[in-house]
Design a protein around this ligand. Structure first.
Ligand code: PXL
Length: 245
């Protein structure tokens, strides 16, 4: 069985974070390992507070797993602190980890900050070592410094983020005013993934980014191309959301 590791925060509702990632890995038939960056107290609508673990303990969780298992792919989500982000980057280099999906989580759907300290700087440093970065519109603006209103702005921001070094950028346009579209940039060309606007409250929709990035990691773990992994993860996410209605 192929193995995927998620490095992310714990969500007691199971809708996002580690719990959502493990469920996603299982659904793809991939064995899921996890290292927890932070605990969160939340009800699915609003995050009440978070408790990041120390960078030393996060490194220990990951190192112990890396020594025992051959990790085929990994997903990185909420990091909790800039220090935790830097600790993970060090381990990616140390263990030469590959097939990495970085969900550039900055805040919760409700707006609660999920990375403390200079998180954006630490995430920018990590970008050079990842296979696919999956920013949403807000994260892409914060990382690229480019205001995004439409797909033209998305393409511009994707190029700016690609300059930090990830092999691919999947810029998620779920928060566009028009129909949602995700754009995959491979450094040369753009592939558009068109979707339908879903209506729903934050409770039903929170965690969509987590499920998508975990699904992509599962696809990569199984040996699929980035394009196929994105396609498979998008289909899976739509099925999950329809089931939550
Ligand atoms: O969707 C971002 C996110 C990531 N990770 C955890 C979360 C959330 C949003 O609530 O709780 C643990």
């Amino acid at each position: 069985m192929r193995i995927a590791l998620t490095i992310a925060g714990a969500d007691p509702t199971g809708g996002a974070g580690i719990q959502a990632d493990i469920k996603t890995f299982e659904a793809f038939g991939v064995m899921g390992l996890s290292a927890i960056t932070a605990l969160t107290a939340q009800d699915g609508n609003a995050v009440a507070s978070t408790r990041p673990v120390s960078p030393a303990f996060l490194k220990e969780q990951i190192s112990v797993l890396c020594k025992k298992f051959k990790i085929d792919a990994m997903k990185i989500g909420m990091l909790g602190t800039a220090k935790n982000a830097r600790a993970v980057t060090e381990l990616i280099k140390e263990y030469r980890l590959k097939n990495i999906v970085l969900d550039t989580v900055l805040r919760s759907t409700g707006g609660y900050p999920l990375i403390k300290g200079d998180g954006i700087k630490a995430i920018k440093e990590m970008l050079a070592f990842v296979t696919i970065a999956t920013p949403n519109l807000h994260e892409a603006s914060m990382i690229s410094g480019i205001g995004i209103k439409d797909t033209e702005g998305m393409e511009e921001a994707a190029k700016a983020i690609a300059d930090f070094g990830p092999r691919y950028v999947l810029l998620k346009g779920g928060h566009l005013k028009t129909d949602p579209v995700d754009i995959l940039y491979d450094g040369k060309k753009f592939e558009y993934f068109h979707g339908k606007r879903l209506k729903g409250d934050a409770e039903r929709l929170h965690g969509t980014g987590c499920i998508l990035s975990a699904g992509i990691a599962a696809g990569l773990a199984k040996g699929g191309s980035a394009e196929k992994a994105v396609e498979g993860a998008r289909e899976f996410l739509m099925r999950v959301l329809k089931g939550r209605r």
